[in-house]
Design a binder for this molecule. Structure first.
Ligand code: SF4
Length: 233
């Protein structure tokens, strides 16, 4: 185990009982301009951005504009950018949706969603993260089975950066309590049974009784993650 991994493991133990605001403050003080937060403007991302606007408002915000987001998501992005005065960078894939269809076939998400996510999300994000030392995500342990062991801080082997998930220990209820307490805007699709929201071709509403909040993503495929948060082999 490398020294850096050992240090991060010690830090992770300390952060287990820390308030996310303290983890965010530590991240900003430690990495300064080399820190970026990556968000798709889902509830945890909204809380992250609101806390960061108080402790480190200069932090760069990266979001993936796949060209396939819901109109409600674009509207929320604009609203929060203005409200919180975000330093927002909208990352776009090299190929437009039309160019992708020409190169790889129409509606690639239907026959090869992994390749589609790779082109429209994973590669553009990895490229955008070059030059940063650390990035903040909105991962939480209660979001899915695959995220149950999410550390608060870890080494992201794939991108060769420190990865922070300050809200790993928070529950969905805590996130919504914060959003309502601070009267923050959120994606109106959440009120129409979309617990998590990605690209419109790959996101469906779910039953209010569904326990797996990510059940509406990539329905009909074995896929559960876009690849951004899948560790490198
Ligand atoms: S979520 Fe769907 S449409 Fe969006 S990049 Fe992935 S496969 Fe393509």
């Amino acid at each position: 185990m490398s020294q850096q991994t050992t240090d991060l493991s010690t830090l992770n133990t300390q952060f287990e009982s820390a308030y996310p605001q303290d983890v965010l403050r530590w991240s900003a003080e430690t990495y300064g301009d080399d820190l970026a937060v990556v968000t798709s403007f889902q509830p945890t991302g909204i809380v992250t951005l609101h806390m960061l606007s108080e402790v480190a408002p200069e932090t760069t915000v990266l979001t993936l504009d796949t060209g396939l987001l819901f109109p409600e998501t674009y509207a929320l992005m604009d609203e929060l950018e203005a409200l919180l005065d975000l330093r927002l960078i909208r990352i776009k894939p090299t190929l437009t949706v039309a160019q992708q269809a020409e190169a790889h076939g129409a509606e690639l998400w239907k026959h090869d969603p992994d390749q589609c996510c790779n082109i429209r999300k994973t590669v553009p994000l990895s490229d955008a993260l070059v030059g940063y030392e650390a990035w903040i995500t909105g991962l939480r342990r209660d979001q899915s089975e695959g995220r149950q062991s999410t550390p608060i801080v870890s080494w992201d082997q794939k991108n060769q950066k420190v990865k922070l998930s300050p809200f790993a220990t928070w529950t969905e209820e805590m996130i919504w309590t914060y959003i309502h307490a601070h009267e923050l805007p959120y994606n109106t699709l959440h009120d129409r049974n979309y617990p998590t929201i990605g690209c419109y071709p790959c996101t469906q509403p779910v039953s209010p009784h569904e326990e797996n909040k990510r059940a509406g993503r990539w329905v009909g495929h074995a896929k559960t993650e876009c690849g951004i948060h899948v560790a490198a082999n």
